[in-house]
Design a binder for this molecule. Structure first.
Ligand code: BES
Ligand code: MN
Ligand code: MN
Length: 453
């Protein structure tokens, strides 16, 4: 198989570059045709690789690409999940090369979606091709590649609920996370959940002259800032009543185990040009980004932001606020607590409207399962080192649903790095990582089949 991989390396890369040229931004309707074209692209490549029953499954939003290879009902079945949509590429001017004109520079593929998730998803299509061409597919495999992950997977839950038989499998396999480093492979064993809110603070019924009214009428932006500031206390803890009620606290042993993963605070600060880090008192950086819940403003707007100065008390102010959740919090519970609290802290001088966007539940995956052990063995073989289990701070809402709806655990075999700049300008993915993924995935299938016997 490794010969086949090295002989076809250039083609594997070029096919990925072709997909990266299609701007499949799910958040922006302007790219609708491109998102649809990407779904077709993935379906066609799955067919070429040897998948059967490849189809685009319609949803209320973008289609889900499905394909399968069932070789023997007695063998275990792996369900591969990934996404073909990408984040918006804005701000374009901060890219060193255009986001949808992929280039390979210094061993890295630069493009929106290079890592998240086109590059990582396509490793699975190529790994499947490698196994097919070498008569070495040891399991049944099903592919479910969606186009709405970056906008909250609103229609995927319904699809999963309505297609339980079609999606019947033994394990879910996903590459949509990262690892600690190319010399320190790791496997993600947890994801945070999410409650995403939008708030509107409404003041006077029109924008006002800030000289004539300033000082006597509440400025919605001032008020919104005060309200947001009050959501954290001096220990950087979230002040929403009951916010931490259901948070699972880790034992000292578990925290000590976590602290064994290599991490340099100096390098972390340096990489981000930070004078210091910031977060909940009593927890270190790795804990703050994995086992602890957070609240962040993603965007805030209102009033005059154009050229020059305009003296105005704006009528309205807005913010998008997201909370990352950890086991045992639920997005429903937190959405409710946030809404109640945010409404309650609004002074009588303004009105407040709180709207929930998408949500998702946190998840922790087992490390004592056959699937995890098979993945660990695969990494150990290709990297020469045993991978470390690490809980991640990111969210992939469907993973908790795979467990609750299908009863299936996921194995999160990510090959990305923190330096890949996912969601940021100059997103990239190492050619090394892409090829390592294509090499490691078939070994997962091999060990999973062997160890399931
Ligand atoms: N692939 C990411 C999630 C991720 C990245 C998890 C790295 C762990 C490590 C995914 O595409 C993503 O961006 N998810 C969103 C959530 C979604 C509801 C918009 C996120 O985490 O913000
Ligand atoms: Mn992703
Ligand atoms: Mn993403």
């Amino acid at each position: 198989m490794n010969n086949y991989i090295s002989e076809n390396k250039d083609r594997f890369l070029n096919e990925l570059l072709d997909m990266l040229r299609i701007p499949s931004v799910s958040a922006d309707p302007k790219f609708k045709q491109d998102v649809l074209r990407t779904a077709e692209f993935v379906a066609e490549r799955l067919r070429e690789a040897g998948a059967d029953n490849v189809e685009l499954c319609e949803t209320a939003g973008y289609p889900i690409v499905y394909g399968e290879k069932i070789i023997d009902a007695n063998l275990p079945t792996v369900l591969v999940y990934g996404h073909y949509d990408v984040q918006p590429a804005d701000p374009y001017e901060l890219w060193n090369s255009p986001p949808f004109e992929p280039v390979i520079k210094d061993g890295k593929i630069y493009a929106r979606g290079a890592c998240d998730d086109k590059g990582q998803m396509y490793m699975h299509v190529k790994a499947f091709e490698v196994m097919m061409r070498n008569n070495a597919l040891p399991c049944n495999v099903k592919f479910m590649i969606e186009g709405e992950e970056e906008v909250g997977s609103a229609n995927l839950g319904t699809f999963v609920k309505n297609n339980k038989a079609k999606l019947d499998a033994d394990v879910i396999l996903i590459s949509d996370t990262g690892m600690l480093g190319n010399d320190t492979p790791s496997i993600t064993t947890g994801l945070r959940g999410m409650s995403y809110m939008e708030v509107e603070v409404i003041g006077p019924n029109r924008d006002l002259h800030s000289g004539l009214y300033g000082g006597a009428v509440a400025n919605p932006i001032n008020i919104l800032c005060q309200m947001i500031a009050s959501l954290h206390d001096e220990h950087n803890r979230i002040t929403i009543p009951g916010f931490y009620d259901n948070v699972t606290e880790l034992s000292q042993e578990e925290r000590a185990e976590m602290a064994r993963a290599p991490f340099s605070l100096d390098k972390y600060k340096q990489a981000l040009d930070l004078g210091d880090v910031h977060g909940e008192e009593g927890y270190v950086t790795m804990e703050r980004t994995s086992i602890r819940p957070t609240l962040d403003v993603n965007g805030i707007w209102g009033g005059y932001t154009g050229e020059g100065a305009k003296t105005v008390i704006p009528s309205k102010a807005y913010a998008k606020i997201s909370m990352r959740l950890v086991p045992n919090q639920t997005s429903e519970e937190i959405t409710e607590k946030f809404t109640k609290h945010f409404e309650s802290i609004a002074p009588a001088s303004v009105k407040v409207v709180v709207k929930p966007h998408h949500g998702g539940e946190p998840v922790v995956t087992p490390t004592d399962s056959v699937a995890y052990q098979a993945a660990a063995k695969a990494y150990e073989e290709t990297f020469g080192i045993k991978p470390i289990p690490v809980r991640s701070g990111g969210s992939i809402p469907i993973v908790a649903m795979f467990k609750s709806e299908l009863g299936l655990d996921s194995v999160l075999m990510g090959f990305g790095l923190d330096t890949d700049a996912i969601h940021s300008p100059n997103e990239n993915f190492g050619v090394f990582n892409y090829m390592k993924g294509i090499e490691t995935i078939p070994l997962f299938y091999k060990y999973y089949a062997e160890m399931s016997r």
